[in-house]
Design a protein around this ligand. Structure first.
Ligand code: NAP
Length: 341
């Protein structure tokens, strides 16, 4: 069976996902596209795909069985609610939404529908290296995780596309999600430290250091540098009771010659996580074909949104900002029991 998919938002990542849905993955077909810029959608449309004037019309079309949302964050809420109203499985790029109130509305709609329909685009959970790291932590051979050091560096970000808050309200959500997933725990509080600003970063608050206080007492430090020039560098290290487990920048061929020892650095997220995005969609397609969703949920998107909000407050207050989550609806599984401190 082939899953007929409509893609909303045909910018950078929308085009990349159309490529993988069209030329890499099987069991799926892009039959519809839509973008606020109709010409951009028409240019990105694969052969035979219909170009819709609005996201709502695409979602409601009988041709479309499942939806992929790649528009910008503030548009996600309305598009998600339309998908849930239509009972269609939906893959939504991060961030789920851009406010706590919006996240709660999407949770309420999905819970009322009674079945998971939403998967959020936290692709690191599908990366083979991250999965190995999680298996080591979950296996318990190193004892309980006490700290996790997360490094998130981008070579640059498109000029003018983001506000000064981008590292905290757009980038941090990946590290927040990975912290929750790797440590099987919720984030209880957030602190932010702002070092000397990079001269390359203009109005952006960059770099930043974020401290995530986990419910069971572990602390996660996150370096976010979004204009670091040399490449896309994502790393992590879990420091546990009897050892550490590290995820270096992507392992690749190491060249030793007269210039020294060196290895290539990924240019951007498309290159570093190319297989993770493929796997993310492979698993999404299987679930969507059955009319549901697995993988990162609306709950996970809600938690990441709360973390970003708390980080923005923490910049102003220079203090620990606590998160206050609603009780987890049964649709999203049970919350992990906090470990003894
Ligand atoms: P982009 O290049 O700006 O593309 C977004 C596209 O959506 C643009 O064509 C935009 O049109 C269009 N759009 C905006 N509002 C819309 C609406 N209401 N209905 C339909 N189309 C609309 O941005 P991007 O880098 O592809 O990012 C898109 C989303 O993916 C963002 O949420 C971003 O955070 C996320 N993302 C995730 C990852 C990841 O690693 N998982 C990586 C990159 C991006 P205009 O340009 O005319 O506004």
């Amino acid at each position: 069976m082939t899953l007929d998919v409509g893609v909303i938002g045909t910018g950078m990542i929308g085009q990349d996902h159309i490529r993988r849905l069209t030329t890499v993955l099987s069991g799926v077909r892009v039959v519809a596209v839509s973008d606020i810029d109709r010409d951009r959608a028409a240019r990105a449309a694969p052969d035979g795909a219909e170009v819709f004037d609005t996201a709502g019309a695409l979602i409601r079309s009988d041709r479309v069985q499942a939806v992929v949302i790649c528009s910008w964050g503030p548009a996600h809420e309305e598009q998600l609610l339309d998908c849930i109203a239509a009972g269609k499985p939906v893959f939504c790029e991060k961030p789920l939404v851009t406010s706590e109130a919006a996240a709660l509305r999407v949770i309420a709609a999905e819970v009322a529908f009674g079945r998971r329909l939403v998967q959020v685009g936290f692709m690191r959970r599908f990366d083979a290296d991250y999965r190995r790291l999680k298996a080591v932590i979950d296996g318990g051979s190193l004892g309980a995780p006490l700290m996790y050091h997360s490094v998130h560096r981008n070579a640059s970000v498109p000029e003018g596309l983001y506000t000064s808050e981008m590292p905290l309200n757009d980038t941090l959500v990946h590290d927040a999600d990975v912290a929750r997933w790797l440590l099987s725990d919720e984030i209880a509080g957030v602190e932010v430290r702002v070092p000397r600003r990079s001269a390359r970063s203009g109005a952006l608050r960059d770099p930043v250091i974020v401290l995530l206080h986990m419910s069971a007492g572990a602390i996660v430090d996150v370096e976010i540098s979004v204009n670091i020039a040399y490449g896309y560098d994502i790393r992590g290290e879990a420091s546990c009771e009897t050892g550490v487990a590290a995820l270096p920048n992507r392992p690749t061929t190491v060249i030793s010659d007269a210039h020294g020892i060196r290895q290539a650095i990924p240019v951007d997220w498309r290159e570093r996580f190319i297989e993770a995005y493929d796997q993310e969609f492979r698993e999404w397609i299987v679930a969507a074909a059955q009319g549901t969703a697995t993988g990162p949920s609306t709950w996970d998107g809600y938690a990441a949104t709360l973390t970003a909000d708390a980080a923005l407050r923490a910049v102003q207050s220079r203090a620990l900002e606590n998160l206050s989550m609603i009780e987890k609806p049964g649709l999203y599984g049970t919350s992990p029991a906090p470990a003894a401190q």
